[in-house]
Design a protein around this ligand. Sequence first.
Ligand SMILES: [Zn+2]
Length: 307
Amino acid sequence: MLHIGKHLPKGFFLFCSITAIGILPSARLFPAPVALANLNYSNPDIKTLREEVKYNLKASKTKSDRNPLTPLKFYTYKVTKDDNFFTIMAKTSMDMDTLTSINKLSSPYDIYTGQKLLIPNMRGIYHDTSQETKQELARLYRISPDKIIYDKMNSSWFIPGGRLQGKEKMFFYGHAFAYPLDDFRVTSRYGKRSDPFTNKQTFHGGVDLAAPKGSPIFASADGVIEFVGKRGGYGNLIIIKHELGYETRYGHMNQFATTLQAGKLTKGTRVKKGEKIGEVGMTGRATGNHLHFEVRRFSKVEKPVLR
Ligand SMILES: [Zn+2]
């Protein structure tokens, strides 16, 4: 069992395809976000937002300059207990790609009461500035470079009409990661809980899967070993790097696996989804034999979505 960090939303930036091309006015000023009090259709702000999104969607599909996009503007909305991802998406005229990308969500379940969501007045996605240059992005999204907006606040490119790639959607819906154990009992979920050692309310950054000592642990997805060794409360830990900024962590291992192909697992070893990487134990900060399994994206913990 291990308690890490604080829950923060993650990003969906990489490789995307574009379905619509937009013409943007030259102004690059972002007005302060408008707070949406609720998502009722009678709310004038919701009305304006929906109209803007609708207009920009149409404008982005028009190749001529006659219908330029309106300047990029953001609304904010505080999630209530009655909301879910799909109702928020429908009521704000967003699509999955825009909502997840702008708010760096890891899955449709990555929504919680009190969370403040950003809602732009046009559909599109963010793209990490560290990955590609503007010129490369323009080619990737088949869009003119001057239509790509730089969002200073988030240090990201905003690509109007940009869509997530199939692979990102696969991660988003949890088809990418498999359960790392064959047989287990979930003894602690992701999120707030009482610490079994101190009884204090803490944040659990992964899931605890109990299984007998020596049960095989499998790589949750294809990747490259980033770390093998002892690390604090994790005890014997393996970290695997995956595509799109993801990594998985396997803690409290009894021992690490030796494979026929690679021999001893070390940093840089390629592993396949389902390949044995170690055995369940209770090294580090653990009260019983279990695997602490964690998913991170761009170094931030997120709720594991497993299949
Ligand atoms: Zn744990």
